[in-house]
Design a protein around this ligand. Structure first.
Ligand code: ZN
Length: 444
């Protein structure tokens, strides 16, 4: 018997991803993520940092998946926790939830697990940690093997997780894009996905950008877009600041290269940037001689230095969503020794995450930057998520018997269902739209 429990991630976008698959009497947990919206919104009592709050408090403010009922019913059967990639809406809650299933090892690629380890901030991790390279397998029990199939997304070493069972294979590709020219790592392992299609019982996959038509462009295009904008300012002496997602190592690598081509010194400023760069170095996938400054005192020192010789530096900083405490907001508020002036350049190499908080925060920061007559460039970015035609192609490659669109909320799930219907799937027969907390039997 195979059952699926949609613990979290099915009712809103970018929030509390956690799915469990029960194969007879053994359970595999896939992802344990934060509610990113809550993380950005939350301003704790007396300035407490959200990432330091205990389980009960995080549950109360809806920042982590609610696993209470799941823990009661299936908790004793959990054999492994598999984390598909390093974004916090997929791995942020591991530090709070995994210790509740401490007999189960945590499995993921080396980079993902380095990011997970960082979230424990030096505390002992009670679970065993099992790093698996992309495109490799681990036998969890006589009946279950976990395989990490190489996939592309906006953070390195993202995997589609294939759970091998006596009934066939279940694939969890949450999140993914089909990038045939990724700048770090390899393209999706199409050959392996085709092999898996021979007995693919179910696919659980993300619908984040399902409303976009066509194909999501490769990261190679983001590199060209950044080159196109920035090289116009070669030999000019204005300040240059770029902000992007800290977990996007390929993008950070592109920015270092452009900075060097422009004859400027790249510096990374902000805590989460230093954390992700450190994880990439430890996982041996990327390292740089560019300096990174995480703590507030170091940040100010670096920015003071850059302010003196604006034409010699290329600042890559946190704050792409206008988060009030991030470096870019502090610069815009004149709370750092770096002072913006006419003609300085600020590039947002990202999109605005469509939540009311991010939209409001970005509006605030953009207004402040415009008041300073700064040159702003927005959306110099390509998405990390599959568009409509990629979604269709992925279903055609894997041919799952059952399809569970996730990571979207009902509108995106419904749009994904329409795509599946266009190639012969049927809603409520083999397309299943679940909400957080729901369970379903896939095979009796
Ligand atoms: Zn992601």
């Amino acid at each position: 018997m195979i059952e699926l429990w949609a613990v979290g991630g099915y009712s809103e976008c970018g929030s509390k991803n956690m799915t469990a698959i029960k194969v007879d009497n053994e359970v595999i947990i896939l992802d344990m993520g934060y509610n990113v919206g809550r993380i950005v919104e939350y301003e704790g009592e007396e300035g407490e940092e959200l990432t330091k709050l205990p389980y009960e408090k995080m549950l109360k403010i809806d920042a982590i998946p609610n696993d209470t009922q799941f823990h009661k019913e299936w908790g004793d059967m959990v054999k492994a926790i598999v984390i598909g990639h390093a974004h916090i809406d997929h791995c942020g809650a591991v530090r709070l939830l995994a210790p509740r299933y401490k007999k189960a090892p945590i499995i993921g690629t080396p980079f993902t697990l380095e990011v997970v380890k960082n979230t424990f901030e030096g505390k002992k991790i009670p679970n065993k940690i099992i790093p698996l390279n992309p495109s490799s397998k681990y036998k969890v029990s006589d009946n279950i093997t976990i395989e990490l199939v190489n996939m592309t997304h906006s953070t390195p070493q993202t995997s589609a997780v294939a759970i091998h069972t006596p009934y066939g294979k279940i694939v969890y590709a949450n999140d993914f894009k089909l990038d045939d020219h990724p700048l770090i790592g390899r393209k999706p392992d199409y050959k392996r996905l085709k092999e898996i299609s021979k007995d693919c019982i179910a696919l659980i996959s993300d619908t984040t950008r399902v409303e976009l038509s066509g194909h999501t462009p490769s990261e190679m295009l983001a590199r060209e877009m950044l080159n196109d904008v920035l090289m116009r300012y070669l030999h000019r002496d204005m300040g240059i600041i770029v902000t992007t997602f800290s977990s996007h190592i390929a993008r950070l690598s592109t920015l270092i290269n452009i900075a060097k081509k422009m004859g400027r010194k790249p510096i990374f400023v902000g805590r989460s940037l230093t954390n992700y760069l450190q994880a990439a170095k430890r996982a041996h996938i990327f390292s740089t001689d560019a300096e990174a400054f995480g703590y507030k005192r170091d940040v100010n020192k670096a920015l003071r230095m850059a302010n003196k010789d604006k034409d010699k530096y290329f600042i890559i900083c946190t704050g792409n969503q206008g988060e009030p405490n991030a470096v870019l907001s502090r610069i815009a508020n004149d709370e750092t020794p770096y002072h913006l002036s006419n003609d300085d350049i600020v590039i947002f190499s990202c999109t605005v995450i469509p939540t009311p908080t991010s939209e409001a925060n970005r509006k605030i920061i953009e207004t402040k930057l415009l008041e300073k007559n700064v040159r702003i460039f927005k959306d110099i970015h390509v998405s990390g998520h599959a568009s409509r035609e990629d979604q269709k192609e992925f279903l055609q490659i894997l041919k799952p018997k059952h399809y569970f669109p996730t990571h979207g909320g009902i509108e995106k799930q419904a749009a994904a269902a329409k795509i599946a219907e266009s190639i012969g799937y049927k809603l409520n027969e083999n397309i299943h739209i679940l909400q957080d907390g729901q369970k379903m039997v896939i095979i009796e």
